[in-house]
Design a binder for this molecule. Structure first.
Ligand code: F6P
Length: 320
């Protein structure tokens, strides 16, 4: 393989830049040329791409976001859009693709391979951490640390005012961020879409806490589990506790990547290049059960990643 292209797609995630750097430098190390595609599949269709060199990825390992920019392309979901992208594959003589993104991007990559046979190595990057085949997606650890930092700050003011805070976090329709950050942040309750919750039980726990002298409570709600505003209203109505809401929003997507996200980005990027060199056609890289590994793209897309029920139960026990 002489020439590969790479793009970042979907929601940005801290660690994407570390992966871009690794793909470019590892490929150049093996004598390949690298084309960087701007703005994900949108730039792929528009031909917004060009050669990258060692210097193009200098001084980016510590930066959040993605230097290649990103987009959610509707056009790539159409046959016409993908046909135009294939014209650019021919024009730039691309022999393999590295796609850095979430499951929507992986789906696009799979369909493109089925239609045009361009080998693809996918790197899981989403703060939601909802991609099977890996325990960690790029960006998850940084996002969780951002949430935990926010919870720490909220605790200070919550204690001073003896308040209950509902902290809404991202995760789309999954609760990975809420669970990890809730456990690390010592939240009183964690509400996630994967498991039913009982508002009466949440309130009983809050009141029990007040009775034994707790000065504050923090409830972490995953955005996919319901509206933090509505939950706050219900809690206020049932307990009369002074209840406030903080919706963390897009600050969870930014910031300098943690060491873990930089290491994962570097290893995933290098692995993606190796797998393409090894003539693999459709793979996703990952880190599972303590090992760097890869799986078949189709299998990754078919599987469902489960939240850790043990961690969920433990968070309940520890926050009694
Ligand atoms: O998939 C990452 C994510 O941040 C989700 O957690 C969130 O629901 C969504 O993207 C927000 O998307 P956008 O930035 O397009 O509003």
């Amino acid at each position: 393989m002489q020439r590969i292209a790479l793009l970042t797609s979907g929601g940005d995630a801290p660690g994407m830049n570390a992966a871009i750097r690794a793909v470019v430098r590892k490929a150049i190390y093996h004598g390949m040329e690298v084309i960087g595609i701007q703005r994900g599949f949108a730039g792929f269709i528009e031909g917004d791409m060009g050669p990258m060199n060692l210097g193009s990825v200098a001084d980016i390992i510590h930066r959040g976001g993605t230097v290649l920019r990103t987009a959610r392309s509707q056009e790539f979901t159409t046959r016409e859009g993908r046909a135009t992208a294939y014209e650019n594959v021919k024009r730039f003589r691309i022999e393999g693709l590295v796609i850095i993104g979430g499951d929507g991007s992986f789906n696009g990559a799979k369909v493109f391979y089925e239609e045009y046979g361009v080998p693809v190595a996918c790197i899981p990057a989403t703060i939601d951490n909802d991609i099977p085949g890996t325990d960690w997606c790029l960006g998850f650890d940084t996002a969780v640390n951002t949430v935990v930092d926010a919870i720490n700050k909220i605790r200070d003011t919550a204690t001073s005012h003896e308040r209950t805070f509902i902290v809404e976090v991202m995760g789309r329709n999954t609760g990975f961020i809420a669970l990890q950050a809730g456990l690390a942040g010592g939240a009183e309750s964690i509400i996630i879409p994967e498991l039913p919750y009982n508002i009466e039980e949440v309130c009983r726990k809050l009141l029990r806490g007040v009775k034994r002298g707790k000065l504050h409570s923090v409830i972490v709600v995953a955005e996919g589990a319901g509206s933090a505003m509505e939950i706050a209203k219900e809690i206020k109505a049932r307990t009369d506790l002074d209840t406030k809401v903080t919706i963390l929003g897009h600050i969870q997507r930014g910031g300098t990547p943690t060491a873990l996200d930089r290491v994962l980005g570097s290893r995933f990027g290098a692995m993606a290049v190796e797998l393409l060199m090894d003539n693999k056609k459709t793979v996703t890289v990952g880190y599972k059960d303590g090992k760097f590994t890869y799986s078949d793209l189709e299998r990754t897309l078919k599987e469902q990643k489960e939240v850790d029920l043990q961690a969920f139960r433990l968070a309940g026990i520890l926050s009694i």
